[in-house]
Design a protein. Structure first.
Length: 270
């Protein structure tokens, strides 16, 4: 067997968690990531018949039964992943119609996956139903997008349009816009259900006064998606108190659609 710490998916997960912490997106144990893995890529590094223990999920997701995930641990600090990946990360296989997981590697201190793993599972089901290539769900607490949820309306069309107006790349990177939830208690199945429903129409869901959920085909794409949303929010927070003399108009955004071969979310441009 090859050393699992050399697996591309593991190297990338360690790099991304360190980068997210360095960006200030994941203070303390804030934030979590789950990455859907293929059995073929895992088999080079793990004996898939060697089970460590079973961990209940507290949620039923038959669509994910038999699938494998690399996931961050509950109560774990992203800053520590690079130093002790086997403690802070785990690889699990979903079983029992999604109600249980089999731990195949990691959580060596007796820990388990993030408390928001059920919410991740729901979002994975939702995104896979829209785009079978979406393999990542990423949650973090970028300061500017969080701050932005205190200022403008949380109407999804207006919130999205405000971000699109901040820099040209916003419409290019997330033409499907962002969906927004009002404040809800995190770590519950209730917020997971409504987040998953919103994931069907956008790859970004903003949790007001909390953070952001992003989805993508790989870790880089999900990270870049959140990074671009956060950049738009940063610009907005810098200018929100100032009179806006110039902006990116709807006419300009239609030019962006043509120039970059993207299509803005239906009904979001005049």
């Amino acid at each position: 067997m090859k050393d699992i710490l050399t697996a591309p998916f593991m190297v990338e997960m360690i790099r991304i968690t360190a980068n997210m912490y360095d960006h200030g997106w994941d203070e303390r144990n804030g934030g979590n990531i789950s990455l859907l893995l293929e059995e073929e890529e895992l088999a080079e590094y793990l004996d898939l018949s060697a089970l460590i223990r079973t961990i209940p999920t507290g949620f039923r997701a038959p669509e994910l039964c038999g699938k494998y995930f690399l996931v961050t641990g509950t109560g774990k600090y992203f800053k520590n992943v690079q130093y002790a990946p086997d403690v802070n990360l785990g690889i699990v296989r979903i079983t029992d119609e999604g109600e249980s997981t089999e731990l195949l590697w990691g959580f060596s201190d007796g820990g388990k996956f993030t408390s928001e793993f059920p919410a991740h599972m729901m979002s994975h089901v939702a995104r896979l139903s829209i785009d079978p290539e979406n393999r990542v769900v990423m949650h973090c607490h970028p300061s500017n997008i969080l701050a932005m949820t205190f200022v403008p309306t949380l109407d999804e069309r207006e919130f999205t349009r405000t971000l699109w107006q901040m820099c040209t790349e916003c419409l290019v990177v997330f033409p499907d816009g962002v969906n927004v939830l009002p404040w809800m208690l995190c770590g519950t199945n209730e917020i997971g259900v409504v987040t998953a429903e919103k994931m069907k129409t956008a790859r970004i869901v903003v949790w007001a006064q909390h953070g952001i959920y992003g989805a993508g085909k790989d870790l880089d794409e999900a990270f870049g998606l959140i990074e671009t949303v956060e950049k738009g929010a940063e610009i907005y927070m810098k200018i929100a108190h100032l009179p806006r003399i110039n902006t990116i108009t709807d006419e300009m955004m239609h030019e962006i659609e043509g120039g970059f071969k993207v299509k803005a979310r239906e009904g979001y441009l005049d």
